[in-house]
Design a protein around this ligand. Structure first.
Ligand code: SAM
Length: 216
């Protein structure tokens, strides 16, 4: 598809799917305008890149629905300048959205093939503030902790203790919590060492598999 057509589809996605559902943060909308989502989906699905649902990316995983990516990003409350940890790099699309807003993004993916593919795409676009790692993200990434914000893009049975420990005081953790099939999108704020929890909406993510998540 031509670049102009894809740009038009991207603008329609913002106007039809995001703004009417309450995505209003300028930095989030600006990031969505900029990031070419069609680079992150398999070639044969390019014409569906800006549609209102998740798409398969291989290894039984998905690139999340655009609205869910926007809602999770908005829920982090980023102002710019933050250090963010993402668990579940997947296609790398959410990583790119975060990198448009935050100063540094660290992202962990358990499936090496997906992480390597995401790295190629992110490098081609030219991001220099993203660091990727292959491993069990339920344990976080202690080397660069603490983080101003943490986002988990897979469904967890509860809050992984390691992630709560690696969150800065005053920071937010956005994570789907529930069963292996459906979850509540949950925003956790750390204040004076205490965790305050708020459920935003229902959602359905692939399982977070790891030591502090679901068993394989
Ligand atoms: N944010 C991604 C995107 O925009 O394409 C979508 C991610 S997909 C819904 C969830 C990802 O979490 C999958 O790629 C899966 O392999 C990964 N995942 C599951 N458990 C994980 C773990 N313990 N550590 C790191 N990644 C994990």
């Amino acid at each position: 598809m031509e670049d102009a057509v894809l740009k038009d589809l991207r603008e329609k996605m913002i106007v039809r799917q995001l703004i009417p559902r309450g995505i209003s943060c300028k930095n989030v909308l600006d990031a969505f305008k900029k990031v070419p989502r069609h680079h992150f989906v398999p070639d044969e699905m390019q014409d569906r890149s800006y549609d209102d649902y998740p798409l398969p990316i291989g290894s039984h995983q998905t690139i999340s629905q655009p609205y869910m990516v926007a809602l999770m990003t908005q829920s982090l409350g980023l102002k710019g300048g933050e250090k963010v940890l993402e668990i579940g790099t997947g296609s790398g699309y959410q990583t790119a959205i975060l990198a448009e807003i935050a100063k540094e993004v660290y992202s962990v993916e358990r499936i090496a093939e997906l992480s390597e593919h995401a790295k190629k795409i992110l490098d081609n676009i030219g991001y220099e503030n993203i660091t990727l790692e292959v491993g069990d993200g339920t344990l976080g990434w202690p080397e660069y902790a603490p983080y101003d914000a943490i986002i988990v893009t897979a469904g967890a049975p509860g809050v992984p203790e390691s992630l709560a420990a690696q969150l800065k005081d005053g920071g937010r953790l956005v994570i789907p919590i529930g069963s292996a099939f459906t979850q509540a999108l949950t925003v956790i704020e750390k204040k004076d060492g205490q965790l305050r929890t708020e459920e935003v909406c229902g959602c359905a993510f692939v399982p977070l598999v790891g030591k502090e998540g679901w068993a394989q």
